[in-house]
Design a protein around this ligand. Structure first.
Ligand code: BG6
Length: 508
């Protein structure tokens, strides 16, 4: 990346205008190193940050500006998704300062306020990024308010607060937590990050559905058999995540936020316009209509698993900072229904897990099969072909990796026989655009600086998400997590969720 494209050019036109001081709480943490600073650097190098900005790293460690800047240079070099130019990095870190302080002590805020008196060095619009453990959120926001560091909603200079998940542990804690935050801040000042919404491919779901006339008319119960959403990961408890994860598990860590957000985007009604409120209103409506598809017992709709071990790695129970008797799930599969006119009777399957066969996030929309089977269908590997049953069309949103959108359709296999074989009509990002996709945090951080909350989760949306999974949390005793083999696609119990429906999990 060169400094030439720092301003001007097509990207420079999108520069954020308001000067800003961005304070990162928990600045010595992993997120700052891996994601936030590299993302801000890329925005800077592309000429997207405002002319005047200061980034303040707030943490307890005994650093000073120079030490902290040196660490940030290393982080940028290590984690930037684009090649890094030395001069641009130096000029970027010139905007970074360090504030040593204890987040739980009011003195640290008083000292920050003192520094802020120098409005040349610290522009008065403030973005506070809380990259800290959830138990400290409330007191950090209270201390900011008490110290006079939060301006009135709607006023200039503005204050915004960015919060990382988890947003609670269940419905009642999420409600209590929203109430506590909303005592200090207005909803318009709170930016709850779900980094999936910052992914380019996730944003494309709405564009694809509502910018093309051909798909939307068939996106409903008359044409769609079922939808399945998978987010499988190969990682286990690396990077010391054990402590956090054991308390939360796959349902709280992945389903209640990322997977339900994907579900919203693929099933919501078209919004009246693209404003943050219009989009979020539609998401809340569809979440309120989504429920576990329990026919007799809750295990018809939910399956929980925990990875075992093998020569490639430890079992979950042997991992660091995991209770050896833990019942926390590292795999979850759900069958949902959406009780509205469009989706009544269409099962929606969600699945996520650690230490699975492959890292893959995708949404597969499976259509109904044609009413009459006129052709023989074949499935071939090279020249060896088998006659199979008719295959439905499937539309696949490939979120990551191999980002793209694919449509599986049947076509006549060339030759003398009249047989149909499945082929892919595909659009892949890598084959279409010759540039790397922006990281989720690049987009989301710029949106917070612009004051655009479209890609952030509103308080009622968070509560609606928890409402969907709350029956699971209340019935964990009926849903014991069974062991599943590592490096596989989960467990046979998850296949039972398809009972009474067509199809099975796509393990591709
Ligand atoms: C995080 C979860 O929100 O998302 C992690 O806490 C998970 O457990 C991660 O690994 C997955 O994100 P991505 O972008 O790699 O799919």
């Amino acid at each position: 990346m060169s400094s030439e494209n720092k301003s001007g050019g097509p990207m420079g036109e999108n520069r954020v205008n308001d000067p800003v001081t961005l304070v990162i709480f928990g600045a010595s943490g992993d997120l700052t190193h891996r994601k936030l600073i590299p993302a801000l650097f890329i925005a800077y190098a592309q000429g997207l940050l405002p002319e005047a900005f200061t980034i303040v790293g707030f943490a307890r460690r005994d650093y000073d500006d120079d030490i902290f800047r040196g660490m940030m240079i290393d982080s940028i070099k290590k984690f930037s998704r684009l090649p890094v130019d030395e001069e641009t990095v130096r000029s970027f870190v010139g905007h970074i300062r360090y504030h040593k302080g204890d987040i739980s002590s009011l003195d640290a805020y008083a000292e920050l306020k003192e520094k802020f008196k120098d409005v040349e060095a610290y522009p008065e619009n403030r973005l506070y990024y809380l990259s800290i453990i959830p138990s400290l959120f409330e007191s950090a926001v209270e201390s900011l308010k008490q110290s006079g560091l939060i301006s009135e909603a709607g006023s200039k200079p503005w204050t915004r607060v960015v919060i990382e998940k988890p947003f609670g542990k269940d419905l009642s804690s999420a409600r209590a937590w929203n109430t506590a935050l909303l005592r200090q801040l207005d909803e318009s000042q709170i930016y709850r990050i779900d980094h999936y919404l910052g992914k380019e491919t996730v944003q494309n779901i709405l564009s694809f559905r509502f910018a093309n006339a051909i798909f939307e008319p068939v996106f409903n119960r008359s044409y769609i058999d079922h939808i399945q959403i998978t987010a499988s990961e190969t990682v286990g408890m690396e990077s010391g995540r054990g402590g956090y994860y054991d308390e939360y598990g796959a349902i709280r860590d992945m389903v209640t936020n990322h997977l339900l957000q994907l579900l919203c985007l693929v099933t919501m009604e078209p919004p009246g316009d693209l404003s943050a409120e219009a989009i979020r209103n539609e998401k809340v409506k569809v979440l309120n209509a989504a429920k576990l598809d329990i026919r007799e017992t809750i295990s018809d709709a939910v399956c929980r698993g925990q990875y075992g071990g093998d020569t490639s790695g430890k079992s979950y129970l042997e991992e660091d900072r995991i209770d050896p008797d833990s019942q926390t799930e590292t795999f979850a599969a759900l069958r949902l229904k959406i009780d509205n006119w469009r989706w009544a009777g269409v099962p929606i399957f969600l699945r996520t897990g650690k230490r699975m066969a492959k890292k893959a996030t995708e949404i597969a929309v499976q259509f109904k099969v044609p009413p009459l089977q006129l052709f023989q269908h074949v499935e071939c590997e090279e020249d060896v072909c088998d006659i199979t049953g008719i295959k439905p069309n499937t539309l696949i949103f490939r979120i990551q990796p191999d980002e793209g959108i694919f449509l599986k359709v049947g076509t006549k296999r060339p030759g003398m026989r009249f047989v149909v074989e499945d082929v892919n009509m595909d659009f892949s990002y890598s084959g279409t655009w010759n540039k790397s996709l922006p990281e989720a945090y690049e987009r989301l951080l710029l949106d917070t600086l612009r004051g655009d909350s479209t890609l952030f989760t509103r308080s009622d949306e968070v509560e609606a998400e928890w409402s969907v999974v709350q029956p699971i949390l209340e019935n964990l005793d009926q849903l014991k997590a069974c062991a599943y083999p590592p490096n596989a696609w989960g467990m046979p119990e998850a296949d039972k969720l398809f009972q009474g429906a067509e199809g099975c999990w796509r393990n591709e």
